[in-house]
Ligand binder design. Structure first.
Ligand SMILES: [Zn+2]
Length: 413
């Protein structure tokens, strides 16, 4: 079977999708379940219908577009990604895996393949945590990683719950029904931009992901005592921001000393109350993100943070409240799916790099219910989640070709 990717059409579809945005080009802002995101999704659904795919939306808003095989009962092979984009993001994150997945299917159709197993393109709901504070909502729900009851009551910044947003979007079914039965997919493979600089540095056009690091997210609230910056003397202070500063450094220290380069920890948000130049900070909220490919190591950093919280609270006479938002386990990718990707690269003589995904993806949750792996393509300077995010049409087409070959292998087995 000789496969050909329509590189031009794929590139132009990526451009067309980028127009569905709440910010001016080249920036893309497409927050999940907003009118803009719904229109973008509808546009892709039309492309899927043109390709003869059968569409279904689940109660969580995940979209499934199926090329039905001659044995519709056989477990399908899945591919796909997300189309939601954080504020001021780029055109390629997620989108390459969705439109590339669609083009991979079309290339198999053009080559005259008559699959026995179905191939299914997935467009997940809310990979980005922008709106509901938790990433990969759709894949968490369909893999049973997140309980429907918890999901229903997640609220966005305006206090609107996920349940009500889904209802407004016309998705009425019970969230419980989104969970897929065991064995639903024979395999799942996601094409994605790397979102890091390694492929470019190593001059490799493709990366085959062998493991996916997983995050733990926490929210820390430090409560001290405020007052006038002139009036409250140093011995009497219970400055919440000074306590927060110690915790941030303790976290950095714990991650640096975990013994492995794969451990990373970040405080990306710091809200100071009341936030005035002449007022002692009374309350501080910190976001904490800890990631690793090894669960025990990551949990070790979490324990170090916990003991730092207790130490700082006692020393500075503040209270530190810690709320665990999520703590997912990392995933090992499946050898058979990795093998299919390797074989495809070798067939075409494409060099590739075995990799770790340090960002997490819907594949992390798909790996709980299906043999899963990911394929990375380079993105310029490793930039992602910014308007100048860029992947070249050549790299996108190469990744799509390898994806198509791997799908052909996976449905044949
Ligand atoms: Zn993504």
């Amino acid at each position: 079977m000789k496969l050909a990717i329509d590189q031009q059409r794929l590139a132009s579809e990526i451009e067309s999708l980028a127009v569905f945005s709440e910010t001016e080009a080249p920036a893309v802002t497409r927050v999940v379940l907003t009118p803009t995101e719904r229109m973008a999704r509808a546009w892709i659904k039309e492309r899927c219908v043109e390709a003869g795919l059968i569409l279904r939306d689940d109660a969580a808003g995940n979209t499934f577009a199926r090329w039905v095989g001659s044995d519709p009962e056989a477990a399908a092979v899945g591919t796909g990604s997300h189309i939601d984009a954080i504020p001021n993001a780029g055109k390629y994150d997620g989108v390459v895996g969705v439109l590339g997945g669609l083009e991979a299917i079309r290339s198999l159709q053009r080559a005259g393949l008559r699959p026995k197993r179905s191939i299914e393109l997935l467009i997940f709901t809310s990979e980005e945590p922008t709106r509901f504070g938790i990433g990969c909502l759709g894949s968490r729900l369909l893999s049973g990683t997140l309980m429907a009851d918890v999901a229903r009551n997640l609220a966005d910044g305006d206090g609107t719950t996920l349940a009500s947003v889904l209802r407004t979007a016309g998705l009425a079914g019970s969230l419980e029904s989104a969970k897929l039965p065991a064995g639903f997919y024979k395999a799942f493979v996601e094409l994605h931009i790397e979102q890091g600089p390694i492929l470019e540095q190593e001059r490799k056009p493709l990366g085959i992901v062998e493991r996916i690091a997983a995050p733990a997210s926490l929210r820390l609230t430090i409560e001290g005592s405020g007052g006038h910056a002139g009036g409250v003397l140093m011995p009497d202070r219970r400055d919440a921001l000074c306590a927060a500063a110690e915790l941030i450094l303790a976290l950095e220290h714990a991650a640096r000393n975990s013994g492995a380069i794969d451990t990373v920890a970040t405080v990306g948000m710091c809200d100071v109350f009341p936030g005035a130049v002449n007022s002692v900070p009374a309350r501080v909220r910190l976001s904490v993100d800890i990631r690793d490919t090894d669960l025990q190591r990551r949990d070790g950093v979490m324990r170090s943070l916990k003991s730092a919280c207790e130490g700082v609270a006692a020393k500075r006479q503040v209270t530190v409240e810690s709320e665990l938002l999520n703590a997912d386990a990392p995933a090992e990718c499946d050898p058979s799916v990795i093998g299919a990707l390797r074989e495809a690269c070798e067939k075409h003589g494409f060099p590739f790099l075995p990799m770790t995904s340090r960002a997490y993806h819907d594949s992390l949750f798909m790996s709980r219910i299906a043999p899963t792996a990911m394929l990375f393509i380079p993105c310029r300077n490793g930039y992602s989640h910014r308007p100048d995010e860029y992947a070249s049409p050549d790299d996108i087409a190469r990744g799509t070709l390898v994806l198509a070959e791997a799908l052909a292998t996976l449905i044949a087995n």
